[in-house]
Design a protein around this ligand. Sequence first.
Ligand SMILES: [Zn+2]
Length: 339
Amino acid sequence: MSFKTKFFRLSNPITKTISFEKFSQKLSFHDLILVYHLVSDQDVKHVKHLFHYRSAKQFENDLDFLLRHFEFVDWNTFLKNKIEKVKTKKPTIFLTFDDGYSEFYDVIVPILKRKGIYAVNFINPKFIDNKELMWRNKASLIVSEVKENRALQNKISEFQNFGDDVKNNLNSILKINFKNQNQLNEIAEFLEIDVENYLKKNPVYLTTDQLFKLRNDGFGISSHGWDHPLYNQLSLSEQLENTQKSLDFMDQNQFLTDTFAFPFTDHLVTNKFFDSIFSHNPDLKFTFGAAGLKLDSYAKNLQRIPIEIGNYSAEEILKNEIFYYQLLKKFNKNMIIRS
Ligand SMILES: [Zn+2]
């Protein structure tokens, strides 16, 4: 459990009793950027062990709450407001999604269209058209399959250095990282879980055709790195290469080239990376992290608020984020300082 999840667990019973207006008065940001991944009423095996995703109803409730307190802006308006320092009547929200899940097309966009809200989806070109299952999705799929199948629970204890403790084994699978991702293929093979077949039967990601339709409908498609690496596990040149490859893909397909969102986290990414990527890509205006309400010493890197924390609603998340930011500010910890 992350530190913030622990903090929210403690602060939520308190913030719950106080009206949202009391928090929004204290909001030191005029433009918020939110990040979701998935909305679905289904049991999504390849995601359910990674984060809590919203049902369609919960997502609509979030949007209805947000519409009462904020003005949603599209990417161009966001850019214009940011660059020209425009102050709107209400604070604004720019809505983003990560990872290019197919539900963006089937579930999310129909809701957004109905409510007149615009969003950008940050995608990994490597997984478009379901060419491959992203390594984190693979981990969740394996855990789901093992949990549902007693024979697999016994079998996995025989894998390499795994033991009899099923829970422990499942935790180890979820801890496998970007650099070691091949272990997931070895485990899937050992357990005879047919990932390719799963992907064929359950399209996980958006297809090229859907991406073009979304773009033509005015939704933004933008870059999230080539194959969803953890940036602080890459060397500087690998970071730049992975980013550039995905930006070039956006350029070739007339998707957005003026923005980029880090997969996972921009934690420990240095000024050198930012200086280099911005100077090689004159179109690029802002990059995005997902550290919640926080300033960044690299002013063109903006932090988004992750909304899929625990089972909290958007209202609860925002209250706790604002509360948390006030505390960070008191201790002068409200800015990410990069070396
Ligand atoms: Zn992602």
